[in-house]
Design a binder for this molecule. Structure first.
Ligand code: CAA
Length: 445
């Protein structure tokens, strides 16, 4: 059976940057280390005044198609995952196709287009839809363009303001992929939750502390469900574990729980027992409080062990390197984590072909999904073609007053125009409003 998976990937950051320890923390009267050490963030990406979810999606897609020599005729579906959409009917994918038709000779008239919603997990759901469509043999030899694009903004003054970000990840899902192959095995943890939602409003209503607990609970359920179909997961089975990264500190919490879970009843637990004892088992305790207290104590011990720290440094830290600098991209975030890990491997001369990634996606509301991907032979060439470092270095560093203005520019409730801080260069830009309230876009040479 031929493999199906992600053949190519592209990364597009918003062209502005907010320095969290340097600019944000002093304004809030907070210790910069809350950001660098606590949340694990140094910066957030923001869109300039001519950028939005469509321009970032179209610019990532154009680069991907151009680099891979793809024409509109090669693309049988365009699916956009976003939780920042500005239209309840017309999907962002139609705007993206309209942009791309300005620069390619062909058209996307044959392509099935849509928009997927389930908070941040919908990017992965779009990849799944593409996989299923190809596996079902309905693709007529074509691949799917999947784009995760968001401006992850919070209301000014909300605790989430520290974790904002903006960017798009475009992926081409096809047979015999060059980057990673997917499989049929998946695990889910899903429940009706109201920790983070946007009931017909742009900025989220968030119960931040609870959202962290919901993330951990659903992720744990997804891992258990994954093991029920794929068998036990052992830390040696995978090289990296890219997880949804609302902020790196969240992944730090999830990684510790996951490590405890996958090392239970293994030689690793036995080896660690001399130093920190064995993992507490529920049956060894009379009441829940004593059991959770013992777990907390075990986890505190575990995170200080050399064994855990080495595993974390090798398996998790490389996945959050980019996220530290760009913040949360909602639907794109787990796909940024995958790019981050693969980029780290390339820069450290690792040969990853055939190795496995344990990928954990998550969307508030809430649902987690876990699957394993196999790195394909062409991965290094694909990752070498990315220009992540240049894009990050080229971002314009916002002063506080400029940040306040740009937040207003992207606030749907305010009508503010400010001069862009950067100059468009060979890219799609927002070009004002049409007669039916539609947003218009233009390619600037
Ligand atoms: N030095 C070192 N560390 C410090 C510090 C200092 N001076 N000051 C604070 N810290 C640490 C804190 O101890 C804390 O770490 P722990 O949780 O490990 O204890 C961390 O920095 C953050 O500090 P606070 O909890 O005090 O921060 P906060 O009250 O401002 O809120 C937040 C943090 C709840 C995550 C908030 O940013 C928020 O609401 N974010 C949006 C919601 C979110 O991202 N939730 C994540 C799960 S939901 C999801 O994943 C979907 C999604 O994309 C939104």
């Amino acid at each position: 059976m031929t493999t199906v998976g992600i053949d190519a990937i592209e990364f597009r950051t918003g062209k502005l940057k907010l320095d969290l320890p340097g600019t944000f923390a002093p304004q809030k009267g907070e210790d910069p280390e809350k950001y660098t050490k606590g949340l694990g963030l140094t910066g957030s990406s923001f869109p300039d005044s001519y950028e939005d979810i469509v321009t970032m999606a179209a610019n990532a897609s154009y680069r991907l198609m151009d680099r891979k020599g793809l024409e509109p005729d090669d693309v049988g579906r365009i699916d956009v995952a976003t939780e920042s959409s500005f239209d309840n009917s017309k999907p962002v994918s139609t705007y993206v196709a309209g942009c791309l038709e300005q620069v390619f000779d062909g058209e996307f008239g044959h392509a099935n287009k849509g928009e997927r919603k389930f908070a941040c997990v919908s990017g992965t759901q779009c990849v799944d839809d593409a996989y299923n469509w190809i596996r079902a043999g309905r693709n007529r030899g074509r691949g799917a363009l999947v784009i995760a694009t968001d401006t992850a903004l919070y209301a000014r003054g909300d605790a989430g303001e520290a974790t904002q970000g903006a960017g798009a990840v475009a992926m081409y899902v096809d047979e015999d992929p060059d980057l990673v192959a997917l499989s049929t095995e998946q695990g889910y943890g899903s429940a009706d939750e109201t920790d983070f939602l946007k009931p017909n409003q742009q900025f989220p209503s968030v119960d931040g502390k609870r959202s962290v607990q919901v993330y951990l609970a659903r992720m744990r359920e997804a891992l258990v469900d994954y093991q029920s179909v794929a068998g036990r997961v052992h830390p040696d089975d995978f090289t990296y574990a890219p997880f949804h990264t609302p902020f790196p500190g969240m992944v730090r919490k999830a990684a510790l729980l996951a490590y405890r879970h996958v090392t239970r009843d293994t030689a690793i637990e036995d080896e660690l027992a001399e130093e920190i004892g064995r993992q507490p088992r529920r049956e060894g305790f009379d009441d829940e409080e004593a059991f959770t207290g013992a777990i907390r104590e075990y986890m505190d011990g575990l995170k200080g062990t050399d064994r855990y720290r080495e595993w974390y440094a090798e398996t998790i830290d490389p996945t959050i390197e980019i996220s530290r600098e760009v913040g949360n991209w909602y639907t794109g975030s787990v796909h940024v984590a995958r790019i981050s890990a693969l980029k780290h491997a390339l820069e450290n001369d690792r040969d990853l072909a055939g190795e496995k990634l344990l990928v954990g996606s998550y969307g508030s509301g809430a649902q987690a999904e876990i699957h394993v991907e196999t790195v394909a032979d062409g991965w290094a060439e694909e990752v070498a073609a990315l220009d992540v470092d240049d894009q990050l270095a080229d971002r314009y560093d916002l002063e506080w007053a400029e940040y306040e203005e740009i937040h207003d520019v992207h606030n749907h409730e305010t009508d503010v125009e400010v001069e862009p801080r950067t100059a468009p260069d060979a890219e799609f830009v927002f070009d004002g409003w049409g007669p039916m309230g539609e947003r218009k876009y233009r390619y600037v040479e």
